[in-house]
Design a protein around this ligand. Structure first.
Ligand SMILES: [Zn+2]
Length: 120
């Protein structure tokens, strides 16, 4: 079965989401399977933390690497969970999945959980 963005060996073109996921699978899926979903999730959160620190410190030179690491670990997680990231991303292909507009016309909360601490 051919995969968009992947060559006959299953290696991917990083210019597409599907291709990038195939490239990460070719490089790491066997190791990711040995580690398992829980251990891989822990690595993913560690990389998110590294990205957060780079953003907070304004470390421009590290941002490219940290974004790449987070994306790679997200792909590993998706593959272990049996999720095709291109399919998952397609939910956003025609704009906001909530209001169906682009740009989004939804109310604009600054976080998904509301203000900290909640107003008295
Ligand atoms: Zn919206």
């Amino acid at each position: 079965m051919s995969v968009p963005g992947a060559d006959a060996a299953g290696r991917g073109d990083p210019a597409t989401i599907a291709g990038f996921q195939r490239a990460i699978e070719a490089a790491y899926l066997a190791r990711d399977r040995r580690r398992g979903l829980a251990g891989t999730f822990v690595w993913f959160t560690e990389e998110v933390g590294e990205l957060a620190r780079a953003l907070k410190k304004g470390e421009r030179e590290n941002l490219r690497e940290e974004f790449g690491d987070v994306l790679a670990w997200l792909c590993s997680l998706a593959s272990l969970a049996g999720v095709d990231l291109a399919d998952a991303a397609s939910v956003y292909a025609r704009g906001c999945p909530a209001c169906h507009a682009s740009p989004c016309g939804c109310p604009f909360p600054t976080t998904p959980v509301g203000p900290f601490p909640p107003p008295a």
